[in-house]
Design a protein. Structure first.
Length: 380
């Protein structure tokens, strides 16, 4: 046989598979209606385990692993289809629908916002990009920002989530596990780091550089070129600039923005020293109450998945079956729980889409625990 003849046989086999899969999905739909009428859950984990075991045995040693993957995906697709036929009015669906209906049509132009750092911090820049005239309260730590929002001291808080060069801000992700909040907006800002010194100081005089851990990571190659210079972490790049300005020393410098140089009377002796010129940080605006503004097309959720092979794959397969694009996946260990992780998913889907509605109604069936963190849009 030649290649064309083999392909013809594949096409004929695919025609049979297509018909059989369609028949199977139709039967799954009938089962879903029966379960719905009799108050039974869509997922029957015991039945799925037994079915996978029998399929693996029947497939033989060579094909066993392939068939397990194929049927695991088929089960996910079947359950997604069944849920679409018997959609239940879940508590999450009611909560999110209520937030969509009750949130103001326009994002506030002016309100009180908590940011970590001091005057000139990048969080301030992000807040001013997302809110036209914010009244900013500066906090010492990220935890204080969450607490200010939780207590009602501020309407919103602005926190960094990830940097294109240094990666995720792990302290923030760890706090997100225990804090109650919702994401209402996001933005990205370009980060340029400059070596700031007291006026008149030369590069050869610098013996110590202050900056935030993320900024230090983003300028790693440049800092390596400064032989014998000590690097000291600060809470914030703006705090680093303020520290240098108030130190009275002539042997110190800060990695910070040009605006910090202007604010604290410093001089930039080396500009744009970050390793990558395409250096952006993503910030999110958080609120205490769930707010979903018109045009929201991103959703963030946290999930606890079973600690066993295929758990993450099945979750991703469900997103795929719903036609939802995954923008980001992050995992963090859950404090006090050995070998258990919280997974963060940023998903791209409009709040008005059928896929979004189905996601809300299926979340509790695809993981052990979940936390809906909000739906929002990104300010460009």
């Amino acid at each position: 046989m030649n290649l064309d003849e083999y392909r013809k046989k594949i096409d004929e086999t695919d025609d049979q598979i297509l018909k059989l899969v369609a028949d199977r999905m139709s039967i799954a739909g009938e089962i879903a209606k029966y379960k719905n009428e009799n108050g039974l859950p869509i997922l029957d984990a015991k039945r799925e385990r037994e079915k996978l075991a029998s399929i693996s045995e029947a497939a033989g040693e060579d094909m066993s692993s392939y068939m397990r993957v194929l049927y695991s995906l088929l089960f996910e697709l079947s359950r997604s289809y069944q849920n679409s036929l018997t959609r239940r009015d879940t508590e999450l669906y009611r909560t999110v629908s209520g937030a969509i209906d009750n949130t103001e049509r326009l994002f506030p132009h002016s309100c009180t916002v908590a940011c970590q750092g001091v005057e000139g911090a990048n969080s301030q820049t992000a807040a001013e990009k997302m809110i036209k005239t914010p009244k900013i309260l500066y906090m010492n730590t990220f935890e204080s920002v969450f607490s200010a929002v939780e207590s009602g001291l501020c309407k919103y808080g602005v926190i960094p989530l990830e940097n294109s060069t240094a990666g995720s801000v792990k302290k923030v992700y760890d706090l997100m596990i225990s804090k109650k909040f919702s994401i209402v907006r996001s933005t990205r800002i370009k980060i340029d780091h400059n070596l700031l010194v007291p006026r008149g100081v030369k590069l050869s005089e610098v013996k110590e550089v202050f900056s935030h851990e993320q900024a230090i990571n983003q300028c790693e190659e440049y800092l390596k070129s400064l032989d014998g210079v000590k690097v000291t972490c600060c809470e914030n790049t703006a705090v680093a600039a303020e520290t240098v300005a108030k130190s009275g020393r002539r042997d110190v410098a800060a990695l910070a923005s040009i605006s910090c140089a202007e604010l604290y009377g410093l001089e930039a002796i080396c500009r744009n020293v970050q390793d990558s010129d395409s250096n952006h940080t993503r910030f999110v605006c958080i609120s205490r109450d769930l707010e979903i503004y018109p045009g929201a097309d991103r959703t963030t959720i946290m999930m606890v998945l079973p600690h066993k092979p295929g758990a993450l794959y099945k979750t991703l397969a469900r997103f795929y079956s719903l036609g939802i694009n995954l923008l980001k996946l992050e995992s963090r260990p859950i404090p006090g729980r050995d070998f258990e992780f919280m997974f963060y998913f940023d998903l791209e889907t409009s709040i008005y889409s059928e896929e979004f509605v189905r996601l809300l109604c299926e979340l509790d069936g695809i993981c052990e625990e979940f936390k809906y963190l909000g739906s929002y849009s990104e300010v460009v």
